[in-house]
Design a protein around this ligand. Structure first.
Ligand code: S3P
Length: 173
């Protein structure tokens, strides 16, 4: 659990477009803690973008790299850690996250669509983005819900408001 040596202060999960990276950066700034982002770790280790990894090596390769990045990051003490939207679905990651403080950033399709812009930088959403997002969220929601020790609904709220509520929840925990 957070606070114990070798564990992040909090792990931020949620679907693509919810603002995980931005909120995690805000939390890290306000708390004066280091920020880690699993997508960034994978991109740095592979020396290429997530899109290129999917196109050139496939999703299976990406998930293996993602699992390794997340399990390593879960050993970093006191950090704020943002995960890619699909990372919590990897069985070894699901299992590991059950021992951590996890903040689930929730959002509906309307707000997600505005933030994500549904551009081509998210390979899993490049075809029928809205339908894909909805279907993916339906599949993933039970896992997000079961792992969440804290949850903030981000619908219609700016980053500062989300960060402020998350800080209040985390301080009270
Ligand atoms: C993915 C989400 C992405 C990235 C990859 C796969 C997913 O991260 O890890 O494209 O499976 O939902 P974001 O949630 O930060 O977009």
């Amino acid at each position: 659990m957070a606070g114990v040596s070798g564990a992040p202060f909090v792990v931020v999960i949620g679907p693509p477009g919810v603002g995980k990276s931005t909120v995690a950066r805000g939390l890290a700034d306000r708390l004066g803690r280091p920020l880690l982002d699993s997508d960034t770790i994978v991109e740095e280790r592979e020396g290429r973008s997530i899109s290129d990894i999917f196109v050139e090596s496939g999703e299976e390769h990406f998930r293996a790299a993602e699992q390794e990045a997340v399990l390593d990051a879960l050993e970093q003490d006191g950090v704020v850690l943002a995960l890619g939207g699909g990372a919590p679905m990897i069985p070894a990651v699901t299992e590991a996250l059950s021992r951590h403080r996890v903040l689930f950033l929730d959002v509906g399709i309307a707000d997600a669509a505005k933030r994500i812009g549904f551009d081509k930088s998210r390979p899993l959403l490049s075809v029928n983005p809205r339908q894909s997002w909805i279907r993916t969220m339906e599949t993933r929601r039970p896992t997000y819900d079961s792992l969440a020790t804290h949850r903030v609904d981000t619908a219609g709220r700016d980053v500062d408001a989300v960060v402020a509520e998350a800080l209040t929840l985390l301080e009270d925990a």
